[in-house]
Design a protein around this ligand. Structure first.
Ligand SMILES: *[C@@H]1O[C@H](CO)[C@@H](O)[C@H](O)[C@H]1NC(C)=O
Ligand SMILES: *[C@@H]1O[C@H](CO)[C@@H](O)[C@H](O)[C@H]1NC(C)=O
Length: 469
């Protein structure tokens, strides 16, 4: 292609997009500045998101990692975008801007990013939530992301829903009272879980040196973190004469208790790192016989060909009766295999990495979403899906369910354990030779939750030359 023709194509593709706000590193700006274009814009065949690019297999493109600007061109169709354009969000959503040709129908939105949630800022901490109000598909579970700095307390409280949590960073002291009146205390760090059944009163405190951040999960999507039952709120709304009778003390004792809720506030540091120094001394105090915490990341993983899985549900964490979860690692190029969950919606949080997920909703409907760190995804129960690692780093994610057991069906395993004739008749009547190859591949199929495909020789890597703009 002659340089002038190249400039014409690029100007047509990128020109209008960058007309309003100059983007310093855009190909158009490079040309205007008389600088050479990086190799990936000079390849033949043309790179993804340009008019001539054809990709009948709908392979994923890592728009962020490759610093490409997704545009709605697919296999000879499409056109440039003339209107306003949010380049960063387009890069985060390559499969919404240019969906795979297999997407169809009216699947509702199944992605929310915590960074789009309102942040409630308090003394020494903050909290934000992803509930059915932020993400309408989040009906079974609600998530809250909370940070407590060193010594900061999430005050004594309880709620109508059970609470499950995963410690994202740092360390935290949890305290609770069980149904039998036993006191429970534990110190947790990254990768640990807690579970408090509905109504169980509890509190949390960030420990040194930098406190903690965690994900809370409630077993109802309409949970409202602002409307929990707080100790301070209750006492502030009880006549002091009654407090006096209840605690057998003169009413003036209560003259200076907080006039409203404290919620999150700076507390004093524990007397020592030892839990026993903080344990209440009264003669009727007894240790809880319940185990409300669990070390998920300390569990040996189930290694799969493309990653590793750790599961925690009522079989190995008996307290957690209404929440089951899996911690999943997906290597670059690997796939959390095609599967579905029969009993509960999946609520997931991406901790690291970049993924694309296509959700199949029956009746010919399917939609593909992209996720990165801090994004929440929901997959309604029984809807088929996969998680494909489209970046160059490992994906770390949590899959969480309102269920007592983690359950999934693997497509690969199902077909391998189905009469061969049935599979061949259903899928390969049009190509018996391909059918033979397929049957051979699935013959000894087992569950491989995160599967590593063989290297794809056909993969068109010509445009993916790394060269920063
Ligand atoms: C605590 O936070 C400070 C300031 O952000 C940081 O420099 C330090 O490395 C952190 N310490 C730990 C143990 O994470
Ligand atoms: C799983 O993989 C990890 C990391 O490679 C390894 O340390 C561990 O021994 C493996 N576990 C099993 C059961 O193979």
């Amino acid at each position: 292609m002659r340089p002038s023709a190249l400039i014409f194509v690029l100007a047509a593709v990128f020109g209008d997009l960058t007309a309003g706000v100059p983007i310093q590193d855009s190909p158009r700006q490079r040309l205007l500045d008389g600088k050479p274009l990086p190799a990936r814009y000079r390849t033949n065949p043309p790179p993804p998101y340009t008019p001539g690019h054809r990709e009948p297999y709908d392979r994923a493109v890592d728009a962020i990692g490759k610093q490409l600007d997704p545009l709605p061109y697919r296999n000879g169709h499409g056109a440039s975008v003339l209107g306003p354009w949010n380049r960063k969000r387009a890069r985060q959503n390559p499969d919404l801007v240019r969906p795979p040709s297999t997407d169809r129908g009216n699947m509702p939105n199944l992605r929310w990013s915590f960074v789009d949630s309102h942040m409630r800022i308090e003394e020494g901490g903050w909290t934000r939530q992803t509930t059915v109000r932020e993400l309408p598909a989040s009906v079974e579970l609600a998530g809250v992301n909370m940070r407590l700095d060193e010594g900061v307390i999430r005050e004594l409280h309880w709620h109508k829903e059970a609470e499950w949590a995963y410690v994202l960073e740092g360390s935290v002291r949890v305290t609770a009272l069980d149904y039998e009146g036993g006191t429970f205390m534990d110190d947790l760090s990254k990768g640990d879980l807690w579970y408090f059944p509905a109504g169980v009163p509890h509190s949390l405190q960030g420990l040194g040196p930098n406190g903690t951040e965690f994900l809370l999960i409630f077993d109802s999507g309409s949970f409202e973190e602002e409307s929990t039952f707080l100790l301070t709120d209750w006492l502030a709304h009880t006549p002091q004469s009654v407090l006096s009778k209840n605690f057998h003390l003169p009413p003036e004792i209560f003259a200076h208790i907080p006039a409203s809720e404290r919620y999150i506030f700076q507390g004093s540091k524990p007397p020592s790192p030892s839990l026993s120094d903080d344990f209440p001394p009264g003669k009727y105090v007894k240790k809880s016989k319940q185990q409300f915490t669990h070390r998920l990341l300390a569990q040996p993983p189930k290694n799969t060909t493309g990653g590793a899985v750790r599961m925690a549900d009522s079989t190995n964490f008996p307290a957690s009766r209404t929440v089951a979860a899996a911690h999943v690692l997906i290597a670059p190029s690997a796939l959390r295999e095609m599967h579905w969950h029969p009993t509960a919606d999946e609520w997931s949080l991406i901790l690291r990495g970049r993924a694309r997920v296509t959700v199949f909703g029956a009746e010919g409907s399917a939609r593909t979403f992209d996720y990165q760190a801090g994004d929440v995804g929901v997959v309604p129960k029984n809807m088929g899906h996969f998680v494909e690692n489209i970046g160059d780093e490992e994906i770390e994610m949590l899959e969480i369910f309102r269920a007592d057991r983690f359950r999934d069906f693997s497509l690969f395993q199902w077909l391998g354990e189905t009469p061969r004739r049935m599979v061949a008749d259903t899928l390969f009547q049009g190509d018996p030779k391909a059918g033979e190859k397929f049957l051979k591949e699935i013959e000894d199929a087992g569950k491989d939750e995160v599967t590593m495909p063989p290297v794809d020789e056909d993969e068109d890597t010509r445009w993916s030359v790394e060269e920063d703009l």
